[in-house]
Design a protein around this ligand. Structure first.
Ligand code: MSP
Length: 682
């Protein structure tokens, strides 16, 4: 017997070191629209999202926030979930990598890889980028990460390795045989080139920190965070469980039909993930689909650049549907796209308030007024205009489906809104309000036909748009006198299904117009949010050290900067914004070692524990402080300063001190109360 048709779609699981922003919202909204449409197409659909909670990055962020990694993860994960609920995202499950079901499943996968001979013990010495949680080919300590430009850290440890090199041929064969495995094609070409250039075995465990899933039987090691994270796609649907219901669920839903990802994590999904699955002898996902980035003022929206926009600001002012619509309509899927409040409001007014909203309210209120709220009987006689609308509706349905299936959401919506504009024009040209004034049966029959045609076209657009704007389309659907839009079978959608005589519901506006004050309010809210501690990294730690010149420039043109430029005159003085100040990472450190530097009477070399690591710092304080007296003392460190060399010694940060008198005698900053090592100052 055939398996019931199923559709399994996933988002990446989001790191909990940062609060959600509209970049994360974008991916999740795309998946939600796909999942909702699949359900309407009769598919047994499973939509998974969740949070990625282990690894050094999260451990450090928690330390900096002064709480345990678990507490930290609980807090941010809950924020993601609450936001997804406000965004009306219909996920079927939300997996957290700290949940027992995931830990159990991950360990089962690790054991399975070991049993099949794909894991061995070796030693790794090289560079690691904590921001990307990635082993990189970078030369020497502190060398920049080739992916993000942040300084890398040297890792030297005994690790478990995965035999990635053994997978080269099989991966290339997979890409060749299944051209749709990676979409869009440009991404596929990048991946093929990467694999062709040769794969080295991958270190899949770490021993230098604790926040991760222990390797089965060797708990000194924690599993590499990317192996841990990727496994969520199978552990969430029951892999590794002994429970028969879980096993059945896994059999039913695996392999995934679509793993949706941002373009920066394609390699993990298209190289590592299929390699792990091949080694574990598990079926491979059908497609990895990569989208582009949401840009704000020309650069990728991300917390480290300080140019994020929060979905909450838009939810508070316009609601979920306008943002959902904007993200799918405005951004050409696969390419990068820009966000701005002006563009959001413009799109909202043009397509939703004036377009669909206007079509819905004028059509339904005329039916209410002229036909006592009943869908009127169209006459047998059709004008060329009526026929044209019916024909366009048929074509709209088939084009919309074809475009949506090809992930061309923007085009699909453009197609649907082509029908909205055509019907709005049809109403204007056919003047139902004038027909209503004319005496006689002919005018009445014509009025019925015009309003029936408009209402039927409205129904069709509403059904097609439901996956994208579920809340407003459900309201229009009810106003059309229909029930439960999500139960409607989209496969059956065709012209002429609107039942004559259906009693329509209460007519209410669905999209009240937004004006300039809405834009200003949103900009103001973002500005306040970004200059308050709410969105600032009290919870965040810059793991990579100093920003590059480029990102520092980009941060300066982020949302706060642009909003203030519009509302306030430029102030020509040397004051900095709170954002500028927050770029300086000040941390409490404890001096572990202090000694004089030979041949330099002012310099001391110190080793300072800053909670997450011990830094060597060279400072000009030897005349004021005896080295022995400094050991054990708590000091304030500028932790994200670019390293520099003093007398041949690398100084990895700066110690903060007051500078007194003409000769600048240093007095170290300190605390009256006891403070934990690693705490952040702000
Ligand atoms: N935890 C990993 C993923 C593990 S999946 C097994 C991770 N997390 S993340 O929090 O950094 O989220 C990455 C995803 O968020 C991106 O792949 C993308 O889907 C989404 N986005 C984050 N910022 C974005 C933009 N500015 N624009 C579009 N999408 C963005 O990587």
């Amino acid at each position: 017997m055939d398996k019931p048709a199923k559709f399994y779609i996933t988002t990446p699981i989001y790191y909990v070191n940062a609060r959600p922003h509209i970049g994360h919202t974008y991916t999740t909204v795309v998946c939600d629209a796909i999942a909702r449409r699949q359900r309407m197409m009769g598919m047994d659909t499973f939509f998974l999202t969740g949070t990625d909670e282990h690894g050094q990055k999260i451990e450090r962020s928690a330390t900096a926030a002064g709480c345990s990694p678990q507490e930290f993860a609980d807090r941010i994960s809950a924020e993601f979930r609450q936001l997804w609920d406000r965004m009306n995202l219909s996920y079927d499950d939300f997996i957290r990598t700290t949940e027992p079901r995931h830990i159990r499943g991950m360990q089962a996968l690790f054991t399975r890889l070991q049993e099949r001979g794909y894991i061995y013990k070796g030693s790794y010495s090289g560079q690691y980028c904590v921001f990307d949680e990635l082993y990189v080919d970078a030369a020497g300590p502190g060398a920049p990460c080739p992916e993000c430009g942040r300084p890398t850290e040297t890792v030297q440890e005994e690790n478990y390795f995965f035999k990635l090199s053994a997978m080269e041929e099989r991966l290339l064969k997979l890409y060749a045989e299944q051209p749709d495995f990676i979409r869009p094609e440009a991404r596929r070409n990048e991946v093929v080139a990467f694999v062709r250039s040769g794969l080295r075995d991958l270190s899949v465990s770490r021993t230098t920190f604790k926040w991760g899933i222990p390797v089965p039987g060797d708990p000194k090691h924690v599993i590499y965070v990317w192996l841990d994270a990727l496994a969520n796609y199978i552990t969430a649907i029951g892999f590794g469980s002994d429970n028969p219901a879980d096993k059945k669920k896994f059999e039913h839903y695996w392999p995934a039909d679509v793993h949706m990802v941002g373009k920066e994590i394609v390699r993990f999904h298209c190289v590592y993930w299929p390699a792990f699955l091949m080694a574990a002898e598990l079926p491979l996902p059908k497609a990895i689909v990569a989208h582009g980035w949401l840009l704000f003022e020309e650069s990728k929206m991300s917390k480290s650049r300080g140019n994020i926009v929060r979905s909450e600001t838009i939810l508070d002012n316009l609601g979920a549907d306008p943002l959902r619509y904007f993200l799918l309509r405005e951004i050409v899927f696969g390419s990068d796209g820009s966000f701005s409040f002006d563009a959001l409001v413009e799109r909202f007014n043009a397509d939703l308030a004036n377009g669909l909203g206007n079509l819905s309210s004028r059509t339904l209120s005329m039916i209410s007024r002229y036909f006592e709220g009943e869908i009127p009987y169209p006459s047998q006689e059709r004008s060329a205009d009526d026929e044209a609308i019916a024909a366009l509706a048929g074509k709209t349905i088939s084009d919309f489906h074809a475009q949506f299936e090809q992930f061309q959401f923007s085009r699909a919506l453009e197609t649907a809104w082509g029908l909205v504009s055509a019907v709005n024009k049809y109403i204007v040209e056919n003047e139902p309000w004038a027909l209503a004034e004319q005496p006689g049966q002919d005018a009445r029959a014509r009025l019925a036909t015009v309003l029936y045609t408009a209402a039927e076209a409205l129904r069709i657009v509403t059904a097609l748009a439901y996956p994208v704007i579920p809340e407003s389309t459900a309201r229009i659907w009810r106003q059309l006198g229909l029930s439960d839009i999500e139960k409607f079978d989209l496969r059956q959608l065709s012209w002429g299904q609107l039942q004559l005589g259906t009693k329509i519901g209460k007519v209410e506006p669905v999209f009240p117009r937004a004006d300039k004050s809405t834009i200003e309010r949103m900009q103001q809210m973002e500005q306040e949010r970004s200059s308050s501690t709410e969105s600032k990294p009290a919870t965040d730690v810059s793991v990579g050290g100093a920003q590059t010149g480029q990102s520092a420039r980009q941060a300066a043109t982020g949302p706060a900067a642009s909003a203030s430029a519009e509302t306030k005159p430029a102030v020509a003085d040397s004051r900095i914004t709170i954002d500028d100040f927050l770029k300086v990472e000040l941390r409490v450190g404890e001096v572990k070692v202090a000694e004089k530097v030979k041949g330099a009477d002012k310099l001391l070399r110190m080793e300072v524990d800053i909670g997450t690591e011990v830094r060597q710092i060279v400072a000009g304080i030897a005349k004021a402080y005896e080295p022995e007296k400094l050991v054990g003392r708590k000091v304030v460190i500028v932790a994200n300063l670019q390293p520099r060399k003093l007398r041949g010694l690398e100084s990895q940060g700066m110690i903060v001190a007051a500078s007194l008198g003409d000769d600048g005698t240093p007095v170290l900053a300190g605390f009256l109360e006891d403070v934990p090592v690693g705490a952040k100052l702000k």
